[in-house]
Design a protein around this ligand. Structure first.
Ligand code: FES
Length: 113
């Protein structure tokens, strides 16, 4: 997992987070953008960004696992769909993974933080 820390921001408020090639299908890339710790991934070709802090009790999701678009928290095993942030397990909880708007431009992945 790569770690990038860039601060370049465009007029629309997107920050350059990583090179596009560093964000690989089904893998997690940890980045720090505007003091926020995020995870970038690519699902079915689309770049996605979500908070590296679990919404349950702020565990570090970079230590979790990502399979089939689902991230599993290493602390209590909660599972979230990274495509929409919805909790998948346990089904009686309402926590939601914080996601960020993403665009790809000029060979970079940009995140609106
Ligand atoms: S801190 Fe992630 S499931 Fe509890």
């Amino acid at each position: 997992m790569g770690l990038f820390n860039k601060a370049k921001r465009d007029a629309a408020g997107f920050c350059a987070a990583a090179t596009a090639v560093a964000v690989r299908e089904g893998e997690m890339t940890a980045v720090k953008v505007a003091e926020q710790r995020l995870i970038l991934t690519r699902q079915q070709g689309e770049a996605l960004a979500f908070s590296a802090l679990c919404p349950h009790a702020a565990a570090d999701l970079t230590r979790g696992e990502l399979h089939n678009g689902r991230v599993t928290c290493p602390e209590h095993g909660y599972k979230f769909d990274v495509r929409n942030g919805r909790i998948l397990y346990p089904s009686d909880e309402t926590y939601r993974l914080k996601r960020y708007e993403v665009k790809e431009e000029d060979g970079q992945v940009w995140v609106k933080v």
